[in-house]
Write a protein that binds this ligand. Structure first.
Ligand SMILES: Cc1cc2nc3c(=O)[nH]c(=O)nc-3n(C[C@H](O)[C@H](O)[C@H](O)COP(=O)(O)OP(=O)(O)OC[C@H]3O[C@@H](n4cnc5c(N)ncnc54)[C@H](O)[C@@H]3O)c2cc1C
Ligand SMILES: Cc1cc2nc3c(=O)[nH]c(=O)nc-3n(C[C@H](O)[C@H](O)[C@H](O)COP(=O)(O)O)c2cc1C
Length: 763
């Protein structure tokens, strides 16, 4: 087979090697515009796992790479005069030029023709080759030539970076340096790649870059400015640029590339040409070389190119998507880094280490138990003012707000049970809430409990508008207080335009088959075409509903609740005022955000006045309508949270969505946590995170990284009322309190957990 590898980077060269190894009769040429020793970039990082894969494919190349590796174990973070160091991370680095020379030598030895200083200019010259591989990097000409087929999606990321080198030693740790300059924060990613040279990538936001005037500097001036910024880290060494071949400025924006298709007839994309992964997770070379193995393998094993390409793409696309997802988390962390620079160095370090969400709390414990123990002690000491005798996971650290202390940071999220009769919670509710309180969570929230009959979502919703309701709730709260350490939180709400609908397990949000009641809303906007058009609230309605909230808040206090939450999320009445999707008013309660917030704030202030000063209050919001700029965005949510905080909320419970049938949410693990993170760190407020958080590891990572103060779990508590007690057993933590009648069960669970390594280690 005649094979043309267009581009002589790691992808093209390694494919040529891998194909020759499988079939020495292939006639392969690698075409490259540069000379053999003339390359951009300095060093690249590869993991041991990748090296093992290379070993299986071609032991000789892997051995040569290993010989040139620089190994290091630590990550060091330089920040506000402190250097924090954690261990056990296991990296190895190699100079890009050295890597390419190894691959070039090996390819030549196997009989591959290397054609240097040859420009690839489209595909015309390569038409009659049997297989044409577009391995010409992130700005691939091959991809451009067939763009209508490959349909590349190119996401230009926000930060500016410049890839430099230095002879200053960074041989003891992968090093991050954060420097505050008069023009904003500038940071560097530095790592050794041979005995006397290190990579030094400098990065900053576009605003900082402009304020520095980097847009007007030539490459030498930019390098000199970077030297001045990082002088104290460079120990008198220079920064070295080697990207003069790039036209104009040596600063770049990272392009995230993903193509809808990777092949067309006999042309296939490989490496950065097909998909890129941001350098902050150091996996681009790994992706390129592992994809080269897969492509060579399938071309060899499959009967024709079409099926080879299909199998190659099926297998590698999944890997690419996983890495791009981790890379997106990581790149967003750096893009938002100024949000985190108020954090204590310990927390900043933790947040940096876990930024891609590939490294979890327990992974960090495995890597460096001492460092993690120190970080956990810091967390507890900051929260409680006492240095603990022994560190414990953040989820088990008490949380204090006003006069209330929660025993831990796990919250049973509000969940409508649709089991009430005329608003009265019955035996179902008693058993349901009692079980969750026995299960160890620090705070058990009730379902949305409605302030009027009309304000119910469905006929099965609980209420707090009659003495029977108050008595029934009191019975539940008294049990919780008498038998468990949990605190009881009441969520008050009014359904507004989403009222008079069916039970959760029927057609959710759809109108009742019969017996519908009138619904009210800020505007005559129905939830969906099949829901009723609500009656527009008059000022008198607003007074009535506000007074109903006040009356319910008084009842909640008398019933003994410790915590009150105002439900301003999910498209119900108060949420419907906040989001412009459902609020079309032209009076003082519609239009600007300030106007749309006026009524929800009025309700909040009114209930704060009657709710005891020693008891906390939270507000649940939808931080994203998921409908683009038309609706609430996470940036609006920071402003909304700030207004609620000024209005008396101690904490913002950060949910999202359910405000429009046109919403297009992006689901995933912990998918709403970024909104909590933003509100907490940009707005400097206390928050609860919620949404697809189900592992103790998720909870600990969120808390320790400062992304929330409390963590709400809903569905996990439906599946397992004892989620917190079970999490403690899995983590080997003995400090949680089990109900006395269940102590024998506790002891057995602990014994089993301590004997079964995988049970404790798996989290
Ligand atoms: C700042 C930075 C740091 C990085 N750090 C790491 C890291 O630590 N670890 C890691 O794994 N990855 C890292 N990467 C990513 C890594 O460099 C790429 O993912 C990897 O090089 C992809 O290999 P490739 O062969 O697909 O593309 P490239 O390495 O870009 O190779 C493409 C080749 O094609 C040639 N070419 C392009 N156009 C033409 C043309 N028209 N005519 C002739 N020749 C052409 C180029 O000269 C080049 O040699 C980093 C990337 C950047 C930007
Ligand atoms: C059955 C059920 C009922 C719910 N009822 C409410 C509710 O009454 N009030 C509320 O704010 N959220 C309610 N939610 C949303 C949850 O509190 C939570 O935000 C959501 O389920 C995401 O968390 P999870 O991924 O842990 O389930 C409900 C969720 C479920 C599954």
């Amino acid at each position: 087979m005649r094979v043309a590898c267009l581009g002589g980077g790691p992808a093209g060269l390694y494919l040529a090697i891998s194909m020759k190894l499988r079939q020495p009769t292939h006639d392969i040429v690698v075409v490259e515009r540069n000379r053999p020793h003339d390359t951009f970039g300095w060093g690249v990082v590869l993991s041991n796992e990748t090296l093992d894969r290379l070993d299986d494919n071609d032991a000789e190349t892997a051995a040569a790479i290993r010989q040139s590796f620089v190994y290091w174990d630590d990550i060091a973070v330089h920040y506000r005069g402190e250097v924090m160091r954690s261990s056990g991370h296991g990296f190895s680095g190699i100079g890009r030029r050295r890597l390419l020379n190894i691959l070039q030598d090996r390819a030549q030895a196997l009989g591959v023709e290397l054609r240097f200083q040859t420009e690839i200019d489209g595909l015309a010259a390569w038409r009659d080759w049997d297989l044409v591989v577009g391995a010409d990097g992130a700005n691939s000409r091959v991809r451009t030539a067939l763009a209508p087929v490959f349909k590349p999606d190119i996401d230009v990321r926000a930060c500016k970076y410049i890839w430099l080198g230095t002879q200053q030693k960074f041989d003891d740790a992968f090093t991050f340096v954060f420097e505050e300059t008069p023009h904003g924060w500038v940071w560097a990613h530095a790592y050794q790649f041979d005995t006397d040279t290190a990579t030094f990538i400098v990065e900053c936001s576009e605003e900082t870059w402009r304020r520095w005037g980097f847009d007007r500097m030539n490459a030498d001036e930019a390098v000199a400015a970077c030297e001045a910024i990082f002088a104290k880290n460079l120990g008198g060494h220079r920064l070295l640029g080697n990207s003069r071949h790039l036209r104009g400025s040596a600063w770049l924006n990272f392009n995230r590339v993903l193509c809808e298709r990777w092949s067309h007839q006999n042309v296939v994309l490989l490496g950065d040409a097909a998909a890129t992964a941001h350098f902050s997770i150091g996996s681009g070379t790994k992706l390129a070389m592992e994809s080269a193995i897969a492509l060579a393998q399938y071309v060899d094993s499959e009967p024709d190119l079409e099926s080879a390409f299909r199998r190659y793409e099926d297998e590698r696309r999944l890997e690419v998507l996983k890495l791009q997802s981790a890379a997106r988390n990581s790149v967003e962390w750096f893009e938002d880094v100024e949000r985190y620079l108020h954090l204590d160095p310990v927390q900043l370090n933790y947040s940096l280490l876990t930024r891609s969400q590939r490294i979890s709390h327990e992974n960090l414990r495995q890597r460096d138990p001492q460092w993690l123990g120190g970080a956990e002690s810091w967390f507890e000491c900051t929260a409680t003012g006492h240095k603990p005798a022994a560190p414990r996971a953040p989820m088990f650290v008490p949380f204090r707000v006003r006069d209330l202390e929660l025993a831990n940071r796990v919250v049973v999220s509000p969940m409508d049970q649709y089991r009430a009769v005329d608003g009265t919670p019955g035996d179902w509710h008693f058993v349901h809430y009692a079980e969750r309180a026995k299960g160890g969570a620090g705070l058990v929230m009730t379902e949305m409990t409605c302030v009027t009959p009309q304000g119910r979502i469905s006929p099965g919703c609980t209420g707090l508008y009659s003495p029977e309701h108050e008595d029934a709730w009191r019975r539940i709260v008294e049990f919780i207080h008498a038998e468990t350490l949990a605190k009881a939180g009441m969520q008050l709400g009014h359904s507004g335009p989403k009222g008079s609908t069916q039970l959760g397990w029927e057609r959710i949000d759809a109108p009742l088959e019969s017996g519908n009641w009138e619904v009210i809303a800020p505007s005559a906007v129905s939830w969906s075409p099949s829901n009723q058009v609500p009656r527009v609230m008059t000022r008198a309605d607003m007074d009535d509903v506000r007074d109903a909230f006040v009356s319910s808040a008084k009842m909640a206090d008398r019933a003994g609740f410790d915590w009150l939450e105002l439900h301003c999320a999910h498209g119900y009445l108060l949420s419907a005022f906040i989001t412009p999707i459902s609020n079309r008013r032209t009076d003082d309660y519609g239009g600007s955000l300030e106007n749309r917030m006026r009524y929800p704030l009025e309700v909040l202030r009114a209930i704060r006045q009657v709710w005891p000063a020693g008891k906390p209050m939270s507000v649940r919001i939808s931080a994203h309508d998921w409908v683009g700029e038309e609706g609430i965005t996470p940036s609006d949510a920071v402003a909304i949270a700030g207004l609620f905080s000024e209005g008396g909320a101690d904490l913002i419970d950060v949910s999202a969505g359910q405000t429009s049938i046109d919403a297009r949410p992006v689901y995933g693990r912990m998918f709403q946590t970024p909104f909590s993170d933003r509100i907490r760190n940009e707005g400097r407020l206390k928050t609860m995170a919620v949404g697809n958080i189900y592992e103790p590891d998720h909870v600990n990572s969120i808390l320790m990284a400062g992304r929330a103060d409390l963590v709400c779990l809903a569905r996990p508590h439906l599946a397992d009322p004892y989620w917190t007690l079970h999490a403690a057993a899995r983590l080997g933590y003995d400090g949680v309190t089990w109900p006395k009648p269940y102590l024998a069960g506790r002891d057995q669970l602990r014994r089993l957990a301590s004997r079964n390594e995988s049970m404790t280690g798996k989290v």
